[in-house]
Structure formats: C-alpha cells, structure tokens
Design a binder for this molecule. Sequence first.
Ligand SMILES: Nc1ncnc2c1ncn2[C@@H]1O[C@H](COP(=O)(O)OP(=O)(O)OP(=O)(O)O)[C@@H](O)[C@H]1O
Ligand SMILES: [Mg+2]
Length: 260
Amino acid sequence: MDHAQENLELRQRLKVLEEELMRAQRLSSVGALASSITHEFNNILTTVINYAKMGLRHGDEATRTKSFDRILSAGQRAAKITTGMLAYARNSSDRIEPADLKRLLDDVLSLVQKDLQMHRIGVDLMAPSSVWAMANASQIQQLLMNLIVNARQAMTENGRLKLIVRDNKAEGWAEVIVSDSGCGIPHDKLPHIFDSFYTTKQPDARGQGGTGLGLALCRRIVEAHQGRIRVESEIGKGTTFTLKLPRSESPAGFIDTSAA
Ligand SMILES: Nc1ncnc2c1ncn2[C@@H]1O[C@H](COP(=O)(O)OP(=O)(O)OP(=O)(O)O)[C@@H](O)[C@H]1O
Ligand SMILES: [Mg+2]
C-alpha cells in the first residue's frame, strides 16, 4: 500500500472515530441529567399509581373520569420527556442548513429544565421568536447542552442562567449568549478550557467527574460552522459564553409572526 492510500485510510478512520466521540459525548451529556429525569419519572409514577388507586376505590363516574384524565396527562408528560431525549440522542445528518436557533435552544431547555429547577436555578430567556443561522441542528443542540450543563454545574442554589438569542444583522452573525452567575474561571485557566480532557471536576461518589471533552467538542462544532465562540469570566461573579454562527435569512415560506 502506498503512502497516499495509507494516508487516505487513516483520514477516513479518524473521521469515523471523531463521529463516534461526538456521539458518545452527546449521550454522556444526557447522563448529567439522569438524576433530574429519574426524579421526574418518579413523580409521574406516583401520580399514576395514586389516581389508579383512587379510580379503583371510587366507583362513581366523575371520580373515575377525573382519575383517567390525570393518568393520561401524566403518561403524556412521560412520553414528552422520552421523545425529547431520543430526538436529542439520535445521530443525525451532518448537513448545515438554515435552522432556527430559538427553537434549538427551546428544545435543549425542555430537557434541562427539571435539572435547573432541582438546583433552584432561575432562567432568564431573551429572544425574538426566531433567529436563523446556517447550522447543523443536532450539533448546535449538543453545543448548547454542553454550555448549559457547564453553567449549571458552576452555580450553587439560587443562581441565574441568562440566555440571549439575537440576530446581529450588521455583522452577519446569529448569536447565542449563555451567561451564569457561577464560580467563574481563573484567568490563567481560561486558555485551557477548550482543550480536550481539561477538567476541574472531581469524580463524585459514583466515580462520575468531568471528561473535559464538552468544550473541546464545542470548539470543533464552532469551527465546522465557521463560527466564533468567546468566553468572559470573573471569579465569584460568573461566566459568559458568546456563540456566533453565520446568520441566514429565514427560509422561503417561513413567516415570522413576531414582527406583526
Ligand atoms: N460556565 C462555567 N463556569 C465555570 N467554569 C467552567 C464553565 N464552563 C467550563 N468551565 C471550566 O472548564 C472546564 C472544561 O469544561 P468541559 O465542559 O470541557 O469539561 P467538563 O465539564 O469538566 O467535563 P464534561 O463536559 O465532560 O462533563 C471545566 O472543568 C471547568 O473548570
Ligand atoms: Mg462540561
């Protein structure tokens, strides 16, 4: 086998491994939400069990109907969670096409909402109804998930997560800002946070610490989009990540009702 051939094969192998890594990281970021999801499912099951018992105990039509209603909406709530998780975990195409950043952020928020609530973190979301970027939807969701999970992990109770989505027409960017009121990052550490395997998160009782791959993959994703990512941080005050992606006009046929 000549060098050129070997080179080509190695490159192809590398690409496959990079895709694998991206997928594994996507699944592990869902792992960070495991406790809040388990908690939510427990609540749902308690509702289902209690209303089933009530329906069985009381024979009257009204009580039974009410019980079924409650059981049905609890089931629908559970289905919404699993559908969201599966959609997030699914490996999808690597096409870059017009995507609404507000919607991508909303989808990620619906997955992390319980986790934020459990940690008593308030969320301020400032966004017009849609901001279009040239983006790969699943990669950008993964990126936003990583930033939001990091922000949550940096904050103690009563922290605030600020999310801004904006259309920076003048400079040609569609932007998302993820800002937390957490511990901040020391100045001398800032240049390292995007490196692979750089982490300050100690393994917990179950041996789960950080892998230090979250931001490394964020950087990769940003590069693949020819975007920018910037970080500002102040110890004890918090950290702000600004993501800039090439903006896109809203696709034909899409009517933005927010301006009306
Ligand atoms: N919002 C933030 N506030 C404070 N420190 C942060 C923040 N985001 C990242 N960091 C720092 O950057 C490091 C690297 O982050 P990264 O997401 O790459 O890895 P990790 O979160 O440690 O591990 P993983 O993402 O695999 O769980 C973190 O360990 C932390 O020290
Ligand atoms: Mg992380």
